[in-house]
Structures are given as C-alpha cells and as structure tokens.
Design a protein around this ligand. Structure first.
Ligand code: NAD
Length: 471
C-alpha cells in the first residue's frame, strides 16, 4: 500500500493540512493499492502563497536561465521514465502503446518548450510603442486522470518558459503517478515555490484554486462540464483561462480509401488509450456506397484487438480507470441498443475469459444516426459509432454537427481531396491518413472542446500578456 500524505509546496514535501483520504486502485485487479491525503483550502492557500513569494524573482529571470531549467527538468523526468511507466500501468492500466508515448513525452515537453522559448520575441516595436510580453501572473493548472503526468509536465514547462510560478492540482485518481513524477521534478532543483502541487478533490482544492484571488491564469484539462464550472468560478477575478476539454471526434473515410489499410487505423484512433482519450475518433463516417465493405473490414480488424492485462504488450485495450467509469461505459452500450443501433462487435460485460478488473469489450455500433446520444456524447471508453454519409458535403455536415471540435481524422487515397475535406472541418486539429503528432503545433478545441490553445508559441502566449510603453 502506498500512502501519499504530503503536498509539494515551496520546494518541500509537506504534511497535508486536509485530513480526508481517498483510496487508490489498480483497475486491472480492482485492488486498493494506496491512499492519498486530500488537500483543503488551507493547503491551497499555502501553495499559492509560496508561488506568490517566488514570482517577483522568477519573473525577472532571463530566457537563457529558464531554458537551462527546462533542460534540467527534461533530464530529470526522462531519467525516471521507467518508474513513471510502471506507475501508469499499475494505477491507471494504460496499454503499452500509450505508456510508451506518454512516459517519453513527459520528459520531451520541456525540450519542446525550450525550443519555443529560444526563438520567442518577448520585445517588439509597434509604431511608437515598445511592446513587451510579460507573464500574466501566478498560474494554476488542473489535470484529468487520463493524462495526468503529461499535462503536469506540459503546464509546468509553459509556466517556466513564460517566467511565471504555478500551483497544480493533479487528478485525485493519479496520486501515485504524481508522486513518482514529483521525485523527478524536485531533483531538477528549480527555485523554491516556482511549481507547487496540491493533491485534492476537484470540488474542494480545484474549486479553491479556480476562485483564488491571487491566481491570474487558469489552465484546465478535463471534461467540458468541469470546464464550465471553472470558467464560472474564474470570472469572479477575471482570470485568463485556457480550457482543454472533451471531444466526439469524427473519422471520415473517403470513398477512395484503401479499407484494408484504413480499418486498423480507424480502430487505433477510436480505441486510443483504451478509448479514454479526448482526441479519440469515436464517430466513423463511412460512404453509404461502400458501407458493407467498411463493416467487413472493421469486423475483421476488431477481431484482432486484444483487451486485457496491460502488462501484456499485445494488449491494445486495458481496463477503464474506475468502477464508476466502467458503469458509465456499460450504460452507453445499453443505451446504443435502446436507441436502435446494431452491435457489430462487443457489447455489455467483460471480454471473454476476464473475471475481474474494469475491462470493457471493444464495441462498435453500426446503423448509428448522428442525433443518437451515443453519437453526441463523450463516452470515454472503447465504443465506436459507424454513421453512413451520402456524399462529401453530407460527410462534412455530419462531422461538424457536434457540440465538440477538438480533433478530426480524414482517410483517403487522394491526399489533395483529403486536404480539401480537412479544411472544411471545424476542429482544432485534423489528422490526415494517421499523420504523426506535431508537438509544436497548437492543440485545443473549437466550440465546447475548449478555449485557447496549448503547446508551442500559442501555448506560451496563453501565459503571457502584452504591455505597451509609449515614448
Ligand atoms: P474531470 O473534468 O472530471 O476532472 C478533471 C480535473 O478537474 C480533476 O483533477 C478534478 O479533480 C477536477 N475538478 C472536478 N471538479 C472540479 C471543480 N468543480 N473545480 C475545479 N476542478 C474540478 O475530467 P476527468 O474525468 O478527470 O478526465 C476526462 C475528461 O478530460 C474527458 O472529458 C476528456 O475528454 C478530457 N480531456 C481533455 C483533454 C484535452 O486536451 N482537450 C486531454 C485529456 C482529457
């Protein structure tokens, strides 16, 4: 049993003032593996006070000094990659493909930000004005459980690059991962108070941060419902707000697509991170004229997808993170059938031969209409909907007929045609034919997928404010 009873404040691990505890589980076995002490308003106040004390000196550091700090953070986190991967496997159950990407990325985001910082013009002249980009003030950040360590690193990297100090509330379900990461972050030897981490519940520690008068900037990654609560709380003190929220991303299969090639990619996009990914391509839009072929290819591809113990490297779908999340996914699988969709694969219950653990059967619904709830709501599990379209205009209309706009995927043999379709999609990012990740490109959503962008220069500027001096 791992007992986590400290927060990281002012460069030290200090005992929690809050006395409530939450259990931590291994979702593959349903066993309790630890407890985390939950911070209260006083813990948040202490962390904000430390960030406030550190701010004046830190905001005067030079980009060169901060690049050196980012390099130290990267080296330190990269050196703990194996321990971090193990914690993610144990506490979260993510499959190897996700862990390989996420554990590596946790260290590399610091270097990506260092690259952005090296070229960034903090001062420029506009007419008579000398314009300087200044840190917007003490920042706060709140993380989801599905990418806790990666976002802690990304948000610390951005704060350090901008020259601001930060208070972070990680996901209360990821405390073991946070603790492993903290060991590495501490070793990087940044000045006390530059980053502070308080474990706690959203409704307590998260809400206290969102409303705190000394916090100028809030960077949140999580669900759209929580994003709305944070935006409302932040309005009281006019915080600058970046919200990275949910999605219901379309995967458009164009009529000329090579289906043998594309079907496994559709599943990879849809089942990414066991379906617990904000960017998952959960609505597969396929041409009516080739629907039978598309379904044959999807059925063949899904039959090879292995769900089960995330320690098995052949496994593509691990458990859902919690009993609650398992129940939620089951309820959507029931709902899809009640709404009149047909199961092509999967269904309710655990995969065959699996007795325990919060495992879900990889599920594909066909005959889905875009007005069904399974096509409109974020399920956050390995449950995909196949929706027929008549022609390109119809495909684009369905793709954009959603409250979300985080990511979209287009698959087709003619790349120029795929690009034309991509240009018509209302989403922050459109991926053509499974193109690889671009870490410096802006990331974020249109519509209810969020406000603002992260990463690269757009992410840096979200932590800065221009000040003009007129001579
Ligand atoms: P969540 O919204 O339930 O929780 C996210 C965080 O917010 C947690 O740390 C939680 O404690 C905190 N929180 C909850 N209520 C709060 C409140 N009232 N005030 C302040 N903080 C509060 O989300 P989750 O279930 O942890 O994560 C899954 C969601 O995150 C999905 O919707 C997914 O799409 C989204 N997500 C988005 C991105 C992105 O970059 N767009 C990335 C990963 C996950």
């Amino acid at each position: 049993m791992k007992i986590i009873d400290t927060h990281y404040i002012d460069g030290r691990f200090i005992a929690s003032h809050g006395t409530d505890e939450a259990p931590l589980f291994n979702p593959a076995t349903e066993e309790q593996i630890g407890t985390v002490r939950l911070g209260d308003g006083e813990d948040v106040n202490r962390a904000v006070a430390a960030a406030r004390r550190a701010f004046p000196d830190f905001s005067r550091t030079t980009p060169t000094e901060r690049i050196a700090m980012l390099e130290r953070l990267s080296a330190s986190v990269s050196a703990r990659g194996d321990a971090l991967a193990e914690a993610m496997r144990e506490e979260y159950g993510a499959p190897a493909s996700f862990i390989d990407f996420a554990a590596h990325r946790a260290g590399s985001v610091f270097l990506d930000m260092a690259k952005t910082l090296a070229d960034y013009p903090f001062r420029r002249t506009i007419g008579r004005a000398e314009v300087e980009m200044r840190p917007s003030g003490i920042a706060a950040a709140i993380m989801p459980w599905n990418s806790n360590a990666g976002f802690i690193c990304a948000k610390i990297a951005t704060a350090v690059a901008a020259g601001t100090t930060i208070v972070i509330k990680p996901s209360e379900m990821s405390a073991i991962q946070t603790q492993v990461l903290l060991g590495a972050l501490h070793e990087a030897g940044l000045p006390d108070g530059v980053f502070n981490i308080v474990n706690g519940l959203g409704a307590v520690a998260g809400a206290a941060l969102s409303a705190h008068r000394d916090i100028a900037k809030m960077s949140f990654t999580g669900s759209t419902a929580t994003g709305r609560a944070i935006l409302t709380a932040a309005a009281g003190t006019m915080k600058r707000v970046t919200l990275e929220l949910g999605g219901k991303s379309p995967s458009i299969v164009l009529p000329d697509a090579d289906l043998a090639l594309v079907a496994p990619q559709l599943l990879m996009a849809g089942f990414a991170n066991s379906g617990q990914a904000c960017v998952a391509g959960t609505r597969i839009l396929a041409p009516e004229s080739r629907m039978a072929e598309v379904l044959d290819h999807l059925a063949a591809a899904v039959a090879t997808v292995k769900a089960g113990d995330p320690r098995d490297r052949a496994v593509q779908i691990g458990p859902m993170v919690s009993a609650r999340q398992w129940e939620r996914v089951q309820s959507y699988i029931r709902l899809g059938q009640e709404e009149g969709a047909t199961l092509l694969a999967g269904g309710e219950g655990r995969p065959e031969g699996v007795e325990r653990g919060w495992f879900v059967r990889p599920t594909i619904f066909t005959g889905v209409r875009n007005d069904m709830r399974i096509a409109r709501e974020e399920i956050f599990g390995p449950v995909l909907s196949v929706i027929a379209y008549r022609d390109e205009d119809h495909a684009v209309e369905i793709a954009n007929d959603t409250d979300y706009g985080l990511q979209a995927y287009v698959f087709g043999a003619d790349v120029e045609r795929a690009r034309t379709v991509a240009n018509r999609i209302e989403a922050g990012r459109v991926v053509i034919n499974g193109a690889p990740h671009e870490p410096l490109a802006p990331f974020g959503g249109f519509k209810q997928s969020g406000i603002g962008r992260e990463f690269g220069v757009f992410g840096l500027e979200a932590f800065l404010e221009p000040r003009s001096v007129l001579l």
